[in-house]
Design a binder for this molecule. Sequence first.
Ligand code: ZN
Length: 219
Amino acid sequence: MKSIHAGLSWPRIDDAPIEVACPFCDTLQSAPRLVEGDAAHCCRCGEMLYQNRPRSLARATGFSAAALVFMALAHLFPSITVDAGSVRRELTILEAAAAMLREGHPLVAMAAVAFTLIAPLSLVGGLLYVAAPLRFGVALPGARGVTRLFQLSEPWNMLEVFLLSILVAMLKLGVVGDIQLGVGIWALAGLVFCTAAAMAGIDRLELWDRLEIALQAKR
Ligand SMILES: [Zn+2]
């Protein structure tokens, strides 16, 4: 019976049993359909197989939108203020990256751009592009490719590591000059939190399932 509204409920529209391999012990088993808020566990080791998280799309949409706002703030406002004698300079992340490039640290400059701009934009932007219209059972053009892309970029989202290394560098430099952290750094912290919350809110299997349902409805 296909009584489910396309994209609004989950799991699968067809009644075929879902074959899932346990990510921990590799046991292949057929798993049940879940109601919202429920989770399926491995019959052998008890590891969680998948989960039907409550309001997952709404949460993913909300947190990824907030993450993008934090990302914009992080780049609009200065992140560090350097007091070197009579000169006082406020630098945004990209200005600091440009300065690093001039000083002969291209790797640090590239890491700054990759971790604060490219990785979050592809991860959170991709999630928002897919999750927001899926709430209404709609898949935008290229949604499948975008989902693959942001799942690929997930391991590269190491902004928290970058943030920590900035703080350590600040502590070291703090001994020499007078360096202060600006609004941009706190916005980056907000970006880290919202990215984690957006990714934690959604189950991969659920996302793909809802995507397939929306794509089927399109045909
Ligand atoms: Zn298992």
